[in-house]
Design a protein around this ligand. Structure first.
Ligand code: PRP
Ligand code: URA
Length: 268
């Protein structure tokens, strides 16, 4: 294990150092500009040579930021105000696939007999609970196909919520998930975690219906939303592509990407 002290460098600057060392590394970074809400960020590069690269920080214990270069590249295209609806939709789909890859990395495996053309062997398969994807309408719909590409047997539930423009509190209008909720793993999908009101309400509804294992997959999260969700549901791990700076006075994430639903469906 090696401790590196890095001052005034963005988190991405640690990547090359981690790769040079080529083993398990803990990196302590003092960040001044990118994450103003806390000054000490802790990154743990678990498998330096593999695809797994999720950043964690003690200030947000339930958060996993997927820092893979492709995710970060696509996210910048998504944020760009000139990106047209068609491309925006494709990018949400692609980033959802990449985040789902990380979010499924801790699914349990069991041994499975396989007969190859040459001989019998013992392979592996995902064990245990059945997976259910639950998009929060509307914008969560944009992530469903991207996640389902990796887990095509997953069932899909739906939760209808919209944020009241004045109070910013969620208003629910639809709920439908498979009946055997207690036996399932849930991936709740919504590109934006802003005040956290919608995510918190959606998790509460899922738990009321019997769900016990829920992960929340989003693209951009605000510190306020992470904290609010964690206060009520500390068991729910949040996977995202970026932890942004803050909310503006209208509850929009800064720098963010605007209104995800409107940009996905071309309704503005
Ligand atoms: C957006 C987004 C989330 C919610 C996040 O949906 O897709 O569901 O806002 O905000 P919060 O964390 O402050 O609750 P919106 O309410 O705009 O509905 P829409 O998807 O139908 O446009
Ligand atoms: N909902 C969005 O679509 N975007 C935000 O920035 C906040 C909530």
């Amino acid at each position: 294990m090696i401790i590196l002290q890095h001052h005034r460098r963005p988190p991405s600057a640690t990547d090359s150092l981690v790769q040079q060392v080529g083993q398990r590394v803990f990196v302590i970074v003092c960040v001044t500009r990118e994450t103003q809400h806390h000054c000490l960020v802790f990154f743990h590069a678990r498998e330096v040579s593999s695809f797994h690269r999720m950043d964690t920080t003690p200030a947000f214990p339930t958060l996993r930021v997927v820092s893979h270069p492709l995710v970060q590249h696509k996210l910048s295209l998504l944020r760009n105000r000139t990106t047209p609806t068609k491309i925006f939709k494709e990018l949400v789909d692609e980033i959802a696939t990449l985040i789902a890859y990380e979010a499924t990395s801790e699914l349990a495996l069991e041994e499975a007999p396989v007969e190859t053309p040459l001989e019998r062997m013992t392979g592996k398969r995902v064990s245990g609970k059945k997976l259910t994807l639950v998009p929060i309408l509307r914008a969560g719909l944009g992530m469903v196909e991207g996640v389902a590409r990796l887990v095509p047997a997953a069932r899909v539930g739906h939760i209808g919520l919209y944020r009241d423009h004045d109070t910013l509190e969620p208003v629910d209008y639809y709920f439908k998930i498979p009946g055997d909720a207690a036996e399932r793993d849930f991936f709740l999908l919504d590109p934006m975690l802003a005040t956290g009101g919608s995510a918190t309400a959606a998790v509460t509804s899922l738990k009321r219906a019997g769900a016990t294992r829920i992960r929340f997959l989003c693209l951009v999260a605000a510190p306020e939303g992470i904290h609010r969700l964690a206060e009520t549901h500390p068991d729910v791990i949040v996977y995202c592509a970026a932890l942004d700076r803050e909310l503006n006075e209208h509850g929009y994430i800064l720098p963010g990407l605007g209104d995800a639903g409107d940009r996905l469906f071309g309704t503005r």
